[in-house]
Design a protein around this ligand. Structure first.
Ligand SMILES: C[S@@+](CC[C@H](N)C(=O)[O-])C[C@H]1O[C@@H](n2cnc3c(N)ncnc32)[C@H](O)[C@@H]1O
Length: 595
């Protein structure tokens, strides 16, 4: 039972909390280095000197961002006698940070546009098409539908016009941002270069850093040191302190990054092996932010334009993902609407799916009437995409070892109206014996360490060690051989295997593909995806097959999508391969198109 309210007891009226005037701030005298220089520590003196240099640099060449601030500050009345805004040390700090690296917001804004980037591809024309010029891929998404199962008339011409306009605007905006970024980076580098020459960038010793972390880690200070160290490492011979080695700087960098971003040393070392210092910071920053919410239209039930209109009518702000005919990005959802409970969702018109999950299916490029195996299928995001592209024809065997996860798969299939699927729950490795050479195409979206999806699951930062990665790599290799054995050999049309993971580690990607190249008679073919960076051919001590460059790597910081790896293999024959030399001779005539 609740207490009875006493409405007689009215609170006294008076000025609200916000209306009360605050006293003028009082700054401690010790921060003024001219008044009491002797009381400052060595490091404080260096910082003060840096601040003075920054102020001088800003006075002679004020950055645009600051000029803009003047207009805002006019309202606040915080102007000096000449009408110029006086910059606080915080603002100075912010400015320096901004010019040293992109701010989080800018990285987000910049990468956000990657989702909209026009790259000439779509579900129709990207992914799997013209593998070696042998096959045409014209069955994707709604683009070619004259009339789909729900009887929607095709008005794709309108779609394309709208999309083109949007894309042009976005392209323009994207270019503008890129140009601004470049200018800012150049200005920042020049400024830092000058400052570094005048005062030198001084990084404490590894022992001091370790001690500091043990005593009480000062995160803003660590962050500043991360940027300083990255700056030194970028041009080491010129910027390092006399007598200090690169390995010492790298050790400090590693320690600071692990502390600041809360990763275990094992994973941070792996990441540092893959990225240069500046790119690594971008990757880590991207992992601190959520990826945009994206949905995929179920073309068995509706069309993207129809769905977008319905969602917009509900106040859900959506825009198209230009490289896909079925993807929508959700810009804003009203507080009272849950994306997983709208009438459209319940009617199976869309699925919530990360944009990079579209890629393996686009690369698989299934055709109507084919037999497809989705070896690790739950909860069915990719299976339902395959079924939609095949327009519920042919047959998809959707398998997953985990029975609980299979329940979610069944739920999704019912909701989305999938009728061409058989659901099984076996260890995928058994398929080589259960259904050998039975399929036209196989998708192996393998279980992995999840290093591409850290923004979704922070536990990955600290829970993975060498053993986990080795375990993943081992099962991935076994699953891939089984996937190859379940597909029939290439017959001029089909006989393809897609291998994908949401990990970015080489051990789970290129190393697995290299293993398959040695154990089975397959070759890597283009994925048909325009999005993504090339797979590694050289990685530390590893030398992979040159065709590894045909594989695709997607990173959160470059595309604002979950990290992903996609490889497409064509099965040349059953059984084990000939010697590597024989294979090389076979492939001599077949040129590899660099991507
Ligand atoms: C990356 S998830 C698959 C996601 C799915 N393709 C989708 O798009 O919704 C990997 C799946 O592999 C399953 N799995 C793990 N080991 C397996 C095995 N030996 N055989 C078959 N499935 C396995 C897991 O249960 C998990 O559902």
């Amino acid at each position: 039972m609740g207490r009875a309210a006493n409405f007689q007891d009215k609170p006294k009226k008076g000025p609200g909390r916000k209306a009360r005037k605050q006293k003028d701030p009082v700054f401690p005298r010790a921060t003024n280095d001219e008044d009491e220089p002797k009381k400052l520590s060595r490091r404080q003196r260096i910082r003060a000197r840096k601040r003075t240099l920054k102020q001088e640099a800003v006075k002679t060449n004020p950055p645009k961002k600051m000029k803009k601030m003047n207009t805002k500050q006019k309202v606040d009345g915080d102007l000096d006698s000449e009408g110029e805004h006086q910059f606080s040390s915080d603002e100075m700090e912010e400015f320096t940070n901004n010019i040293k690296t992109n701010s989080v917001e800018e990285t987000q804004a910049k990468t956000k546009f990657a989702l909209f980037e026009k790259d000439g591809s779509s579900d129709e024309d990207s992914g799997g098409g013209n593998e070696d010029g042998e096959e045409e891929n014209d069955d994707f998404g709604v683009g070619n539908e004259d009339e789909n199962d729900m009887g929607f008339q095709d008005d794709d011409d309108d779609d394309d016009d709208d999309d083109d306009d949007d894309e042009k605007d976005i392209e323009k905006l994207s270019k503008k941002i890129e140009k601004k970024e470049k200018k800012k980076r150049a200005a920042g580098d020049a400024y830092l270069e000058e400052s570094a020459e005048k005062i030198g960038i001084q990084i404490p010793s590894l022992e001091e850093v370790q001690q500091e972390d043990e005593d009480s880690p000062d995160l803003p200070n660590i962050n500043a040191r991360i940027k300083d160290t990255a700056f030194v490492l970028a041009d080491f011979s010129k910027r390092r302190e006399e007598g200090r080695s690169r390995s010492e700087y790298l050790a400090i960098f590693l320690k600071d990054l692990s502390t600041y971003y809360s990763y275990n040393t094992f994973l941070m070392e792996k990441l540092l092996d893959m990225f240069g210092p500046t790119e690594l910071i971008e990757f880590l920053e991207a992992n601190e932010l959520p990826r945009p919410v994206t949905i995929r239209t179920n073309t068995l039930k509706t069309r993207r334009k129809v769905l977008a209109t319905a969602l917009i009518a509900r106040g859900i702000d959506v825009d198209v993902i230009t490289w896909s005919k079925v993807g929508l990005i959700v810009m804003r959802t009203p507080g009272n609407v849950t994306l997983g409970a709208t009438p459209e969702y319940l009617a199976g018109q869309y699925i919530l799916q990360g944009a990079s999950s579209f890629l393996p299916v686009m690369a698989l490029a299934p055709k109507e009437g084919e037999k497809v195996l989705d070896m690790c299928a739950a909860p069915g995001g990719k299976s339902t995409h395959i079924a939609a592209i095949m327009r519920n024809t042919g047959m998809i065997v959707c398998n997953d070892l985990n029975r609980d996860r299979v329940k979610a798969l069944v739920g999704n299939f019912h909701r989305m109206g999938i009728t061409n699927a058989v659901i099984t729950s076996h260890d995928g490795r058994a398929f080589a014996k259960l259904m050998p050479r039975a399929f036209d195409r196989v998708l192996l979206d393998a279980p992995c360490s999840g290093t591409g999806v850290i923004s979704k699951d922070e536990r990955v930062k600290t829970s993975k060690d060498l053993k986990d990665v080795q375990r993943c790599s081992h099962i991935q290799k076994e699953l891939l051989l089984a996937a190859i054995d379940s597909v029939h050999k290439f017959d001029g049309q089909n006989g393809y295997i897609i291998y994908s993971t949401c990990s970015i580690l080489v051990e789970e990607n290129e190393a697995v593909i290299e293993y398959a190249l040695k154990k089975r008679n397959v070759k890597i073919v283009p994925t048909g995806l325009d999005i993504g960076k090339s797979g590694y051919v050289r990685y530390r001590q590893h030398r992979f097959h040159p065709s590894m460059q045909l594989c695709k790597r997607v990173y959160p910081h470059s595309y604002n999508m979950d990290g992903f790896f996609v490889a497409k293999l064509k099965k040349l024959s059953d059984g084990v391969p000939k010697t590597t030399q024989d294979k090389a001779e076979d492939e001599e005539d077949e040129s590899i198109t660099p991507t």
